[in-house]
Design a protein around this ligand. Sequence first.
Ligand code: F6P
Length: 584
Amino acid sequence: MLHAQAQKKGSLVNELPAWQALKEHVGDIEKTHLRDLLHDEARCMALIKESEGIYCDFTRQRVTQRTLELLYELAEQSDLRGKINAMFNGEHINSTEDRAVLHVATRAHRNQKIMVDGRNVVPDVWEVLDKIKAFSDKVRNGEWVGVTGKPLKKVVAIGIGGSFLGPLFVHTALRTEPNAMRASRDRTLRFLANVDPIDVARALDGLDPEETLVVVISKTFTTAETMLNARTVRSWLIERLGPDAVAKHMVAVSTNTKLVKEFGIDPDNAFGFWDWVGGRYSVCSAVGMLPLSLQYGFDIMQEFLAGANNMDEHFKNLPYQDNLPVLIGLLSVWNVSFLGYGAKAILPYCQALSKLAPHIQQVDMESNGKGVDINGVRLPFETGEIDFGEPGTNGQHSFYQLIHQGRVIPCEFIGIVRSQQSVYLKGEVVSNHDELMCNFFAQADALAYGKTPEQLRSDNVPDYLIPHRVFTGNRPSMSVMLPSCTAYTVGQLLSMYEHRIAVQGFIWNINSFDQWGVELGKVLASKVRTVMNSARTRDRKVLPQDGFNYSTTRMINKYLEGKTQVLYPEGHDVFPIDMLRAGH
Ligand code: F6P
């Protein structure tokens, strides 16, 4: 019998009795095969959960009822419920930055109450949302026009990381949804994230600046890539439309009003959010809501918020046994920390969800890729997962070889019951979407069952090919089905993934809400930037005294060999050729 003791401050999760029990339990699971586990109907019934319209099948996880009991015990001993409550109660659980973690407030209903430091922040959230609605309505109905009087039908959203990936995911998800499609007719939304000038050229290619509204999205308004891109696009607008263009053609989303103003954007045209919304958790704030409302209208985006809110409430209130983010999070902890599977594949059988994996890559890996626990104690086990994925069936023709026969990678299949777009061809056996979903159903079983030499022999496979065609099976996956892919269900899915990541972090007892690892790269780049400027403006090589090692010195000099001297200040800005073409 395990002690239901909560984790003591300072002790590591792997010292808890439930962790130890789970370690021992691995031996029992090693003796099982999914092929057999899938025949246990009672087990299967217990592992299929249906809630909030979402169907989740965990029967192909390498678990028994006992595993789940032990995982719930681990959750108890890790004080998972207490940590979830602390998050919803606005406690400063992001301790290294001394911040609350309240992205859930960005999708709260108007009448909800969510307190941060003694203050209900929901009215603040709705003040910004009301401003977004008013502004996006004006732009969309042509009341707000550009400096030459043309309606602004094209939007370029400049931002990176969380200020890009979430909005891109949702935009991609809604583009072909019939209501969203209707609402975005004649409108264009593009993203500019990379500091690579090629991205600038592509984002602006073919755009008429007179019809273009630029949204600069940066929580800090200091991110080097975003600010350089913003200055680049500002120059593009000014060069073509004159200095007055900025007031009509540029708006901002940021927590830093001072820097927004210094940049030249009228603070009235800035949409705020708060330090208790982490960048990678910010898609429901103005970060996503502004560009997406401009594209699809506020009403559709409000459905997205409602979907996310629905899953927030589910996460906050349901017992572990019925709580989808808790279950998914616990199963991931089991896969990573006990079965040793360090990666997971996110495989939506829905083209509209093609940007889910890139978004979750950031949310998950930036959140849970940590080396110390929340108290700064180095962890004796690895946290986080390597996330990757592609929509089915494209992925099948790419990396499925490895997941069927190579490494074991838990897969997360996501299917949709009613497609955004239907095609039925006379004479075909199934509809196009049915065909897609046949693959969705087949892959999970193929991974679980595999193929034995006996089966191959009875299929008359020649002996010499048998070893190559054997599949061991026993490869875990989960299958999720959403009734449709709408703004509402996309909100639910987003929230479900965000919270499962939090669950994993809570169990590992790490801070899932800071990102000090990213800071390192930023500092290093600024050192190179200084040397680069001096080398290119003075036409000199990098020298040993510049402080780089032999390899970096040589590599930068090799690069400089192929570059000409830059004579700042030049008489004019230089833009990628496509931009010049686009402007004239
Ligand atoms: O990529 C690291 C990061 O710090 C993310 O967390 C954040 O979303 C991104 O940079 C962009 O930051 P900002 O919104 O401040 O420009």
